[in-house]
Design a protein around this ligand. Structure first.
Ligand SMILES: Cc1cc2nc3c(=O)[nH]c(=O)nc-3n(C[C@H](O)[C@H](O)[C@H](O)COP(=O)(O)OP(=O)(O)OC[C@H]3O[C@@H](n4cnc5c(N)ncnc54)[C@H](O)[C@@H]3O)c2cc1C
Length: 280
């Protein structure tokens, strides 16, 4: 097998175009998949020497997180905790410290397991994905990307993520087999626009409830434009249970997840709603 270590994005994309290859980020998914024979690339394009892909930058309207930023780096960033709290939270409980030091946000999307911890927060926060394709650059909403197949063609590089800086309050919670070392069996991310005692737009994303993480339009519509109080939380619990029931149908995990999601939803909103229900 061939191994390349390009120094620039353009070099990486050109290599991907001309070889039957896989991009290598932290390798925490890819190496396992190669060991089990799930993927058998003829070449690996290691993105580790492209410093630009690691940057976390504050632009006027958005926060840009490079695809090679690790969960540890994102979880230590003040910019992320200020602008994308739910994502920051997800980074604290993802994997183990060793995994967080290697695993990248780009790899989380590239692998796109149903339980990928980075995706529900990014969805709830309205993130866009910056892709470099053979034709050029593309900025596409993550929510649209996640309903496309294939997710990203083999020669498309995930350059990074743009999270709009809209001052949203957000929170994330997950239920794992074991806190901090388990891949989430269920996760919820919520982002809200606060207007005094009212919530404006609400976005709720769920992980490990379907083939990929998804943004629930039903939940967004049911919870937007209302007073933020205990009744709002109860309505959220009821609605999220309904969405999970419909999404899982008669799968074996459905009864358990429908009950469990109530607690996970409450925990996610507790990040921004103090006990008692009111923000003011
Ligand atoms: C013990 C253990 C615990 C784990 N716990 C969790 C957990 O709690 N939560 C969780 O979400 N995940 C968990 N994972 C899974 C894994 O760590 C994550 O999915 C991680 O984010 C993958 O990132 P990576 O940098 O290692 O990607 P890699 O393994 O390097 O790549 C993954 C895939 O993405 C592609 N790719 C990578 N970067 C790019 C790019 N820039 N452009 C295009 N394609 C790209 C690769 O070609 C490959 O197909 C765990 C894994 C292990 C082994």
């Amino acid at each position: 097998m061939k191994y390349f270590q390009p120094r620039s994005v353009s070099e990486a994309v050109e290599l991907a175009r001309t070889t039957e290859s896989s991009f290598l980020a932290g390798g925490t998914d890819l190496v396992l998949h190669m060991q089990t024979g799930k993927v058998q690339p003829k070449a690996l394009i290691d993105l580790g020497k492209i410093a630009k892909l690691r940057e976390i930058i504050e632009a006027e309207d958005y926060l840009e997180i490079g695809s090679m930023a690790t969960f540890a780096e994102i979880g230590q960033s003040n910019l992320v905790s200020q602008n994308a709290f739910a994502l920051w939270q997800a980074c604290q409980t993802m994997g183990s410290p060793q995994i967080r030091n290697k695993a990248t946000l780009g790899g989380n999307l590239g692998n796109c397991s149903p339980a990928a911890d980075g995706l529900p927060p990014l969805l709830a926060l309205g993130a866009e994905v910056h892709l470099i394709t053979r034709e050029g650059e593309e900025i596409i909403p993550l929510a649209s990307l996640l309903i496309s197949t294939p997710l990203v063609p083999q020669d498309t590089l995930i350059r990074g993520f743009r999270i709009p800086r809209k001052g949203l309050q957000s929170g994330f919670a997950k239920l794992g087999r074991r806190q901090a070392l388990a891949i989430a069996r269920l996760s919820v991310a919520v982002a809200i626009e606060v207007k005094g005692k009212q919530v404006g737009k609400v976005s709720v994303a769920l992980g490990a409830v379907g083939r990929r993480a998804f943004l629930s339009e039903t939940l967004g519509l049911a919870l937007s434009g209302q007073e933020l109080n205990e009744a709002w939380i109860e309505k959220g619990v009821e609605e999220v249970q309904r969405v999970v029931r419909i999404a899982l149908g008669d799968r074996a995990s459905a009864p358990y997840k429908r009950v469990a999601v109530a607690g996970v939803f409450r925990e996610a909103v507790a990040s921004f709603i103090p006990e008692g229900g009111s923000m003011v």
